[in-house]
Ligand binder design. Sequence first.
Ligand code: DQA
Length: 153
Amino acid sequence: MTDTPSAPSNTVYVLNGPNLNLLGLREPEIYGSDTLDDIAGMLEDKAREHGLTIEMRQTNYEGMLVDWLHEAQAEGARAVLLNAAAYTHTSIALLDAIRAITTPVIEVHLSDPKTREDFRHLSYVGMAAAKTIEGHGAASYTIALDAVINGEV
Ligand code: DQA
């Protein structure tokens, strides 16, 4: 059972899926040269200015992302920025997890999957996410955080 949500805290969970640990090295012509640590630094700087805290995580395991979404709800996270990477296009478990929680989830992608291979056009995450930000490289993450700061979700 999902825990009862707590009152919203100042923490924004930033959950990253498979292969994003290789960001900076992995297909830089598509994903850019910033590493996940670089992105964490950008988010932390912006969050600090607005009294928010970033909880940055990465996993290559689908179920871990499900557990972390449940945790975000149980901990009363303000919002979740979720780059589920390839699981975006395959995971009904993530769709269900996002629907199971009341914490707003923003779908984030560095690239624009809609302009890439056909198999990336379907997004299970996008079916449940409050908003989607994609195609801006590392800035997709900071734009998504701005949406949280501006109360758009
Ligand atoms: C991605 C896009 C996905 O299609 C891909 O599987 C990824 C990264 C992005 O951030 O552009 O791993 O989520």
